[in-house]
Design a protein around this ligand. Structure first.
Ligand code: HEC
Ligand code: HEC
Length: 292
């Protein structure tokens, strides 16, 4: 700057820069800024001295207070493990009825069961456990392999048509494809099966239903029962209720009887611990909605 120029309104010097007649004033940085800068500097020096701060190759300055985050984490993990071992022991040893009637344990079951179900079962059964086509709804009172806690725990353990040596074997024969029944007879059986869950339906063919009933007794009752209410011994589902794995419309029932069905559910023994499988069983029993 050659000539110092003073602004006549504020009395400050200008920097000498000018844009379209507007001149920049050379005002000092406010004191408050220096004040807070020094404060921050002092704070950081204090922090370096008191807390772990500077790395030295393999070690670091430990700070006068001796705080070690690693130790803090290890301690809180240990505390969590102690808290967990209390309820884990109870869920592991108590019987199903006792746990189901214990509101504190059931709260833990719901909290831990949800993520367990979400990461292992939801891909097939849905996050709400209500299933989808080919994957059963696990919130109904209708169970292929029995809905008691012991049955459910066992199904989860061994799986269905899985690689487990004790796996449930679910074999709905392919009556049409294997030539055990001809098309007209299958149509009649489908009429009968459809009539069970849709007794009010207008498009029922009474002749077909009647003939289908006899054919059902001869071909299907051995597994699905005389009254078609299913048999948990062989995993044959109830055909007289409104819950379906594959579908209860005529077309789907026809497809099922023509081509058979062999659902596959993995075994969870070896993949989930005993306690995790027990939590999942309790979670499902708790989720069951009896009146749908
Ligand atoms: C790969 C898909 C798949 C996964 C993952 C899966 N399931 Fe299944 N699950 C099935 C199928 C399919 C069936 C029905 C099998 C059949 O139709 O015979 C089934 C049946 C069941 C049944 C028997 C239902 C009844 O009516 O008796 C239970 C209980 C069950 N699953 C629980 C679980 C739990 C708990 C998990 C998570 C640990 C799980 N499933 C994960 C596919 C799966
Ligand atoms: C050997 C035993 C056995 C016989 C015999 C049998 N079923 Fe099944 N059926 C099953 C099993 C097991 C399943 C479940 C298949 C699965 O989900 O893996 C099933 C499933 C079904 C389903 C599907 C139900 C749903 O929820 O979607 C229908 C429908 C059905 N059977 C009808 C019949 C009819 C009709 C006959 C006679 C023509 C018959 N079954 C004979 C064992 C049998």
């Amino acid at each position: 700057m050659d000539v110092e120029e003073r602004d006549e309104h504020s009395g400050h010097l200008t920097t000498g820069h000018e844009w379209n007649g507007i001149k920049e004033l050379n005002t000092p940085v406010p004191r408050a800024v220096y004040f807070f800068l020094s404060l921050a500097f002092l704070f950081s020096v204090g922090y370096w001295i008191l807390m772990p701060a500077w790395p030295f190759g393999v070690s670091y300055t430990k700070g006068l207070l001796g705080i070690d985050q690693q130790k803090v984490v290890a301690e809180s993990l240990q505390q969590a493990a102690v808290a967990r071992s209390g309820w884990v022991k109870k869920i592991e040893t108590e019987d199903f009825a006792t746990i189901l009637s214990d509101p504190v344990l059931m709260k833990i079951v719901r909290e831990t069961g949800r993520p367990l179900f979400g990461s292992n079962c939801a891909v097939c059964h849905g996050t709400d456990a209500k299933g989808g086509k080919g994957f059963p709804n696990l919130t109904t009172p209708s169970w292929q392999w029995g809905g008691g806690p012991e049955n459910i725990a066992n199904t989860i353990r061994v799986g269905i048509n899985s690689a487990h040596p004790d796996a449930h074997s679910s074999q709905m024969p392919a009556f049409g494809r294997e030539g055990m029944l001809n098309r007209p007879d299958i149509e009649r059986i489908v009429d009968f099966v459809y009539s069970l869950s849709n007794p009010e339906s207008k498009d029922l063919n009474p002749e077909g239903v009647k003939a289908g009933k006899d054919l059902f007794a001869a071909n299907c009752a051995a597994c699905h029962g005389e009254n078609a209410k299913g048999n948990p011994e062989v995993g044959a589902p109830n055909l007289a209720d409104k819950f379906w794995i594959y579908g209860g419309d005529r077309r789907t029932i026809y497809t099922t009887v023509w081509g058979g069905r062999q659902g596959h559910m993995p075994t969870w023994e070896g993949r989930l611990s005993y306690i995790d499988r027990k939590i999942l069983t309790l979670y499902l029993v708790d989720k069951r909605q009896p009146d749908q």
